[in-house]
Design a protein around this ligand. Structure first.
Ligand SMILES: NC(=O)c1ccc[n+]([C@@H]2O[C@H](COP(=O)([O-])OP(=O)(O)OC[C@H]3O[C@@H](n4cnc5c(N)ncnc54)[C@H](O)[C@@H]3O)[C@@H](O)[C@H]2O)c1
Length: 255
């Protein structure tokens, strides 16, 4: 799909990696609807991106809200052919914390936002996309999820986060297989460590140590590098059912 034809919903689209994707698509002539729960950042993103961008306050864990706002987004964009899930939370914490074991709610909330939320958006988007007119190769749409390299080598304190991201990786192939019938591709990106608001609160020594752990280039990823990967996925129809690591060859250590 050409980027200037893209009509995309982007969850988590008002910040970090999702906002970088929105900027990339709009700069290439496409249109975006940002689904997020941060109204202030939503307003700022729309003000920056202009008339090709819309914001719909949406909690990705709500089935009703996602169905309603995917429909609203599709109406605002004049169709929907891409859904990119970037909404996510860290849910950090040891299983056996200093004070007490991790509350089950911490684990469940992390899985709910990162995994169930991505599923919720993918199924709702595919439900709309199946009615699109088929393009070349019968293509009707593309779904891109965001996992993490913590899906593969989660650190101490990442049991909940890794479980949620591992689920995102695992559902990629079965969804791609199922949606082949309707011409909808499903791909996942597993970022390494990127410079976004999610990592900005980090102490300087932790930040420097993270940079040093990246073999090449020895720095954090730039959100535009994530966005360029998503754009490549949207454009390359032969990419389907796979997870791409974008990580400068880092392999996370136990801690
Ligand atoms: N930054 C990194 O280094 C990194 C590495 C690997 C994976 N990731 C993943 O990339 C994605 C984007 O991360 P980021 O660094 O841009 O973070 P970010 O915090 O800048 O953006 C995440 C966005 O998700 C939104 N969000 C949170 N819960 C939501 C909900 N229930 N419904 C709707 N929106 C919700 C937040 O409001 C925020 O705007 C996340 O899934 C994250 O796990 C990030």
């Amino acid at each position: 799909m050409e980027l200037n034809q893209v009509k995309a919903v982007i969850t988590g689209g008002v910040s970090g990696l999702g906002l970088a994707v929105a900027r990339h698509i709009v700069a290439a002539g496409g249109a975006v609807a940002l689904l997020d729960v941060n109204d202030d950042k939503g307003a700022a993103a729309v003000a920056e991106l202009g008339t090709k961008a819309h914001y719909f306050r949406t909690d990705v864990t709500s089935e009703e809200a996602v169905v309603a706002n995917l429909k609203a987004a599709s109406e605002a964009l004049g169709g929907l052919n891409a859904a990119i899930s970037c909404a996510g939370i860290l849910g950090a914490g040891r299983v056996l914390g200093k004070e007490a074991p991790m509350p089950l709610k911490t684990f469940a909330t992390t899985v709910m936002v990162n995994l169930v939320g991505s599923f919720n958006v993918a199924k709702g988007a595919a439900d709309l996309m199946q009615h699109n007119a088929p393009g070349e190769d019968g293509e009707r749409g593309v779904i891109v999820n965001t996992a993490s390299i913590a899906a593969f080598e989660g650190q101490i304190g990442q049991a909940a986060y890794s479980a949620s991201k591992g689920g995102v990786v695992a559902m990629t192939l079965p969804m791609a297989r199922e949606f082949a019938r309707i011409g909808v591709r499903v791909m996942t990106v597993a970022p390494g460590v990127f410079h976004t608001p999610m990592v900005e609160g980090m102490p300087e020594n932790v930040y420097q140590s993270l940079c040093a752990q990246v073999p090449y280039p020895s720095r954090l990823g730039k959100p535009e590098e994530f966005a360029a990967t998503v754009a490549f996925i949207l454009q390359n129809r032969y990419l389907n059912g796979e997870t791409i690591r974008v990580d400068g060859a880092i392999r996370l250590q136990p801690k």
